[in-house]
Ligand binder design. Structure first.
Ligand code: NI
Length: 388
């Protein structure tokens, strides 16, 4: 049976792959996606799409209106790269030292341009809004996009992410909580410095910090319902000057991952209490700076069902998996706080490879055949929603 969407996706596939390689060679960090968004604007202009540039600094909102009024669906791609030195060895590997598209955002952006090209030639009712978002990696570019009107009148939003842990030709969906909140903190432990030979004349911040770290491990293991998910990881520890000096101060940083809103907001006080009590027990003190970062990604059942149904039609039901939530985070969460939708995984692990390097690895790589699947699923899902 012929599928006009697939035919059109096939027709634009080579161009999408070469655009992805071009983005890959020229990675740009958060809010610096000037060249990338320039290419996006060029492509969208060629398609005759309505456009707003410079949204959230480097973002682009492109609009494609159907032949009659109807619902509005937003499709989102992120554009930023990471401060990583690439080690993939590709001929099109990053031309910029210390920067790499190690999270597949080059592919997300190129695919969304492909989807726009496909939908430009198809009849539908309503509106498709293409969101080319800056700064997903840590700086929350979704928020300035939303402030810039990205979601005005939007009924549903979809986003897809490369999944090297899933085979090419598959789609993975999670209902409800899909990715965790990515909160983080800086915790300073203060003592009183002195000579290493005379500890009794000082307050040593090092053993206090060690006890605080140990006690913090009990938050997840002893205060969180075992059937709920939470992670507390200390990522850095810095303190002291040299072997014979008592450290006056230690700085710890860490990340806290949760799905449940009440638990999420209870975590700062639990960390605070342990840091305060343990520090004071030893004559020290503390200061906690806690940042509520990206909220959890919560997929709406309608959005997840739409993706699951369309993906089954496109890649076959056997290639659509429901998977467990990830403790990773995504600023797509901000969109889903405001409108229903779904963020899903696009398998990109090449055949014959059992363990592909994960996202954010300097060896990260993707099977470009997955870009055809990604375009096909996203375009069909948009059309299905607008028709339904
Ligand atoms: Ni990513």
């Amino acid at each position: 049976m012929s599928d006009p969407v697939l035919d059109r996706a096939r027709a634009v596939f080579d161009r999408v792959v070469s655009q992805r390689r071009d983005f890959h060679q020229h990675p740009e960090l958060a809010f610096e996606e000037v060249r990338t968004s320039g290419k996006v604007v060029e492509w969208c202009r060629e398609l005759g799409l309505g456009m707003r540039m410079g949204v959230g600094k480097t973002g682009v909102i492109a609009t494609l209106k159907g032949s009659r009024p109807g619902k509005t669906i937003a499709l989102r791609a992120d554009m930023d790269a990471l401060p990583i030195q690439e080690a993939s060895g590709h001929e099109f590997q990053s031309s910029i030292a210390g920067r790499m598209h190690a999270c597949g955002h080059d592919a997300h952006t190129a695919m969304l341009l492909g989807v726009a090209t496909v939908l430009r030639e198809v009849e539908f009712a309503g509106e498709v809004r293409f969101l080319f978002q800056p700064a997903e990696e840590g700086m929350g570019g979704a928020l300035p996009m939303i402030e810039g009107g990205a979601l005005e009148g939007v009924d549903l939003i979809l986003g897809q992410h490369m999944a090297p842990f899933q085979p090419t030709g598959t789609i993975a969906v999670t209902y409800g909580p899909a990715m965790a909140a990515t909160d983080f903190f800086t915790l300073k432990i203060y003592g009183r410095g002195g000579h290493g030979a005379y500890p009794h004349l000082s307050v040593d911040a090092i053993p206090i910090a060690a006890q605080v770290i140990t006690a913090l491990q009990t938050i997840v293991s002893r205060t969180v319902d075992p059937l709920q998910a939470a992670v507390l990881s200390i990522g850095t520890i810095h303190g002291g000057f040299r072997s014979n000096v008592i450290a006056p101060e230690v700085e710890l940083t860490g990340t806290v991952r949760t799905f449940d809103d009440a638990l999420r907001h209870a975590m700062p006080e639990r960390i605070e209490r342990i840091a305060r009590m343990v520090s004071e027990a030893h004559g020290g003190s503390h200061k906690l700076d806690y940042t509520l970062n990206y909220p959890p990604v919560i997929n709406h059942p309608d959005g997840a069902a739409l993706v699951e149904r369309v993906a089954a039609e496109v890649v076959g039901a056997a290639n659509v998996q429901r998977i467990a939530p990830s403790m990773g985070g995504e600023d797509f969460a901000y969109y889903l706080e405001r409108v229903p939708g779904c963020f899903y995984w696009l398998g990109c692990r090449p055949t014959g490879v059992t363990e592909a390097p994960n996202l954010h690895s300097p060896h990260f790589d993707l099977d470009e055949r997955s870009l055809l699947t990604g375009m096909h699923v996203m375009a069909r899902a948009a059309l299905s929603f607008l028709a339904g």
